[in-house]
Design a protein around this ligand. Sequence first.
Ligand code: SF4
Length: 443
Amino acid sequence: MSSEKRPEVASPVNFFDPKEPVGFVAGNLPHWRQEGVCYFVTFQLADSMPQEKLKLWLAERDRWLLEHPEPHSEEERKEYYERFPKRFQDWLDAGYGSCVLAGETEKAFVEAALKHFDGDRYVLREFVVMPNHVHVLVSPLGDNRLSAIVKSWKTYSALQINRALGRSGSLWQKESFDHIVCNPEQMEKIRRYIEHNPKALVDTPVDATSGRVALSEKRPEVASTFAATLSLKINEVYLSVQGESTWAGLPCVFVRLTACDLRCTYCDTEYAFFEGKKRPLAEIFAEVQAFDCPLVEITGGEPLLQKNVLPLMTALCDAGRTVLIETSGAHDISRIDPRVHRIMDLKTPSSGECARNLYANIDHLGPGDEVKFVLGSREDYEWTRGQIHEHRLADRVAAVLLSPVFGKIDPRDIVDWMLEDKVPARFQLQMHKFIWEPRARGV
Ligand code: SF4
């Protein structure tokens, strides 16, 4: 993907003028309008956002709109932009969905649509076509309305792309985001954002079936370059299905590291506290590669207790694997390769290890990560609900996961509480405990 800077145009850029009236166009999303200004527009593929995430986002946005009726002040417009379109854009950069715009032909159709009425109905100032969304800086000319311009881009490109791919149905999400550019500084910031957007793409492609980044590609085997002295104490390496998280159900190679410095009351992997064998990193890497499975999870015990886990994860990412790490949340996650998806616990009161939560980690979480709470009581639930709101976890990560302590609490209670309180989280069960005997190892 590449951004395109348009040739310098004679038409000056008009910015938002607080003294001029602001119009409001009805629709599912608010669209503010002012004569002659420049807009930053984002539109995205219909499948660019996981449905459950979209639903939570829409519910939160609807609540905000209800609490902030029209007309909106400049501060409210700013707040809206930060809380909704901007957050949405960050999620888009995570690369969900079919990402058909990664294809040269499909991308060319969008570019042709954008350029078609340039200089006639609008001034096209800058744009970038990303795998699942498009950003444009545009100034409508004369009586031409932004909504009609965006509609024409989407209609033309959808027709051509659907025809080329032999598919039908909605290509684009119905609504688009637009934002009046307020001043030259903001314009410069948006220009830089458009220019750098392609660099935000992860280095790995998107799997069309799963809609998740990086699961599809089989890269050539890479030789490991670990120093012979690097090793890790490993409890077990095995192939199974991922059982907890949004990756649940996918084939996955597990690398379980020995040792943990916590003693959660519900721990089901006590055998990993001490059992294990010191093994060279190169050997572990080769064993994982031999499974030829695109998804790898590093777990424990607590994997971050052994610093050599960091180069192992980086090497696996370099080899094209999608790497997950499950961590207790008691150790610094900031040095983990950013390509790794971190599934981090926040220990609840009944775990007995709540005091070990390292809250500084929350600042390092991003849209590729997940936070897990294991609940054993109503008190745990209330504490968890407070943490989710206090740290705005649903805004930061791909998913907030709520699991029952197996055999200690009725899962239906948690589901009832979540539904009653509209908690922005995903309920989950430990899948492997239902497939195999609950205390089975190596599964
Ligand atoms: S952090 Fe995980 S491995 Fe360690 S005691 Fe708790 S549940 Fe067990």
